[in-house]
Design a protein around this ligand. Structure first.
Ligand code: ATP
Length: 636
């Protein structure tokens, strides 16, 4: 049976069942997906891609999933392709017989190396037609590229890329380069891919009948795959299990594995204590200090080894050798293995004081030697997710906290439990908040305790609320935004950028939406540094996935590369900026009034910037809060 690419009859591509899947199949599909913006349609297209491969050449499914996710390995393995623009340009010029200056000039004009590669291929006549690329070949070459290390590795990487480019045809060079740059950007953000994978498993010819209690199999299958991925983010386990046992049994085969990070549970924001009381009416809840450091999920394995993972599931073990040694010595003898959820915070042990976040970012990031450490840290533990072979995420927080307290011993300045109070008294919470701020914390995290209080991996949950001092000072909020463009400075700022265009990130549409211009909050020195670092990210024209008002005309555009924490007086409905377009008001976006820079968030990647949905939520919260204050004023 032949396998058509079902979603567009014009681009039907056939290969025999069992034959290797052509890379062109993936590229043609990427091209079609890129043109779409509707989430449901994109998920359907991705589902059709996956199911076609499941039905014809299942051995290639894993490689295809990795290519669609634009990864070479699970995030916690820290495997990177490590091919910079220089290598790509060299490979491209060698593969297509263009000199490097020509390539650079075209890049300046078109602003996308993928497009340069594509036009170079189409202008080149070929003596001999090379064998077509396959999905498996491209993925295995990517793995080889990632593995090259040491002497000559740059040259070897370049040769691998060149070999791929030589064999690439039509739209393949474009997507090869984008994949190598980790910039596929076709709106196939993580959750869409997971949903598509679940749906494909239901649509495949081999799928078993869903259990009788499942009313909507497609939706349920998508949910199962997302949930499984949040506890075991490893396609190498999920894909074979899906192929052998189908989707309904997946949670029984793929579950939490010690040494592999679970997606961290996240909090929603509130802007006042009364909002907490409203949201958690009739519930028992507990307040903890919100420490201002770096999230750490710490795994202790039976063999005594320790692994530390960041908020994005990246391996941070090499950054914190001091934490590794603290962890190794503090557990009680009966504790053989565990996973702790913690915040690592810069700490002055002599004065027994938490230090501001700025101190923590002074620490080196990789391969740190204990002797080089100048900034000490204290681990503040707030959750235990696994203990002695037992998974605890399905337990209520009250139980998990009890297990935490009885299994570990505090060591002041090295390892402490998050300070907590359980109360629903407004005044007591206010005092606790003041104490948190006094202890250099950002505010409070408020959590349900004994009902609806399981640990929800990878979820921004309503059962965790964060109340930051910043939120309360102004009606505005701290948002994490991406500078996508800038305006030349004048007067004192001549030579630097005077203002920047900031954007939030829309996960559903995979696009950056402008939200405001910012020109305050910068010291001269900071402005100079930021201008310099962004200058290297300059691009000739805005990305296709940038949305901005048509009256906004910046002087330069940037790659999405940095995340800036920004505070503002408030959020307003805006005809000028498309942030959260249509979410609060039809045909209008939201913008920030009087934004000012708080700091650069080195721990977040652009895709983790405040999302459009969060912007809409912050707007609504603020609206409620305005109303609440108005009510209070009226009462007075
Ligand atoms: P933020 O920028 O506010 O830190 P975020 O997007 O990184 O936000 P949120 O879920 O919004 O994450 O806020 C929770 C974060 O606060 C956690 O990721 C963690 O790093 C930190 N944190 C500090 N203290 C606690 C605590 N006691 N419980 C949970 N998280 C805490």
């Amino acid at each position: 049976k032949k396998s058509p690419m079902e979603f567009d009859p014009k681009t039907v591509l056939f290969w025999e069942k069992g034959e290797k899947v052509p890379f062109k199949f993936a590229c043609l599909a990427f091209e079609l997906i890129e043109k779409e913006s509707g989430r449901i349609l994109i998920t359907n297209m991705a589902c059709n891609m996956l199911r076609t491969v499941m039905d014809t050449t299942p051995d290639d499914l894993l490689a295809l999933v990795y290519l669609m996710g634009n990864r070479v390995a699970p995030p916690h393995e820290g495997v990177e392709l490590g091919v910079g623009e220089q290598i790509l340009m060299k490979a491209l010029s060698e593969a297509f017989g263009r000199n490097i200056d020509q390539v650079k000039r075209r890049l300046d004009v078109v602003g996308d190396l993928g497009l340069v590669a594509q036009e170079s291929r189409s202008s080149q006549s070929m003596m001999r037609k090379p064998d077509p690329l396959t999905v498996a070949k491209v993925f295995s070459t990517f793995k080889m590229i990632a593995k090259e290390s040491g002497k000559d590795s740059q040259d070897k990487k370049k040769n691998h890329v060149r070999a791929l480019l030589v064999a690439a045809a039509d739209c393949e060079p474009l997507y090869l380069i984008r994949l190598l740059q980790a910039k596929l950007r076709i709106s196939l953000a993580g959750k869409t891919l997971l949903a598509a994978l679940g749906q494909a498993a239901v649509c495949t010819a081999k799928c078993s009948t869903p259990p009788s209690d499942i009313k909507s199999p497609l939706e349920e299958a998508a949910k199962i795959v997302k949930q499984v991925y949040s506890v075991l983010p490893v396609y190498d386990k999920i894909v074979p299990a899906l192929l052998s046992d189908g989707v309904w049994n997946l949670p029984n085969i793929c579950s939490f594995t010690l040494g592999v990070p679970i997606g961290p549970m996240l909090a929603n924001s509130v802007t006042s204590i009364s909002q907490i009381i409203n949201k958690f009416e009739n519930m028992v809840f507990t307040c903890e200090y919100k420490y201002d450091g770096e999230r750490a999920q710490i795994h202790y394995l039976e063999n005594g080894s320790v692994e530390i993972y960041s908020r994005n599931a990246e391996r941070n073990t090499g950054k914190y050798p001091d934490v590794v040694s603290t962890i190794s010595r503090l557990k009680r003898p009966a504790v053989k293995s565990f996973v702790l959820d913690c915040e690592i915070v810069a700490y002055n042990r002599e004065e027994r004081k938490i230090l501001p976040f700025q101190n923590l970012i002074k620490r080196a990031r990789k391969n740190v030697a204990v002797s080089d450490i100048k900034v000490d840290v204290c681990i503040f533990a707030f959750d235990v997710l696994y203990l002695n072979g037992e998974q605890l995420i399905q337990e209520q927080l009250e139980v998990r906290r009890q297990r935490l307290y009885e299994s570990f011993e505090e060591d002041p300045g090295f390892f402490q439990f998050a300070t907590a109070v359980t109360s629903n008294d407004l005044e007591e919470i206010q005092k606790f908040l003041d104490a948190a701020i006094g202890a250099s914390c950002e505010g409070l995290i408020i959590k349900t305790l004994n009902k609806d209080a399981t640990y929800e991996p990878s979820k921004r949950s309503n059962n965790w609320l964060k109340l930051k001092k910043d939120y309360m000072e102004s009606f505005g909020d701290a948002l994490d935004l991406v500078p996508i463009a800038a305006f030349h400075g004048r007067g004192k700022r001549t030579g630097f950028y005077g203002a920047f265009l900031l954007a939030c990130y829309d996960h559903n549409k995979d696009e950056y939406q402008s939200i405001c211009k910012i020109g305050t909050g910068f010291s001269d020195e900071l402005l100079q540094n930021l201008s310099n670092s962004l200058r290297s990210k300059m691009i000739a024209k805005p990305k296709s996935y940038y949305r901005y008002g048509d009256k906004i005309n910046p002087d330069v555009w940037f790659e999405p590369s940095e995340v800036w924490e920004v505070k503002a007086a408030d959020l307003t409905i805006s005809p000028a900026h498309p942030a959260a377009f249509g979410l609060v008001e039809e045909d209008k976006g939201i913008s920030l009034r009087f934004p000012r820079l708080v700091r650069v968030r080195e721990d977040k990647s652009p895709e983790e910037a405040t999302s459009s949905e969060q912007v809409a939520q912050l707007y609504r919260n603020q609206d409620n809060n305005h109303k609440k204050v108005q009510d209070d004023v009226d009462d007075d």
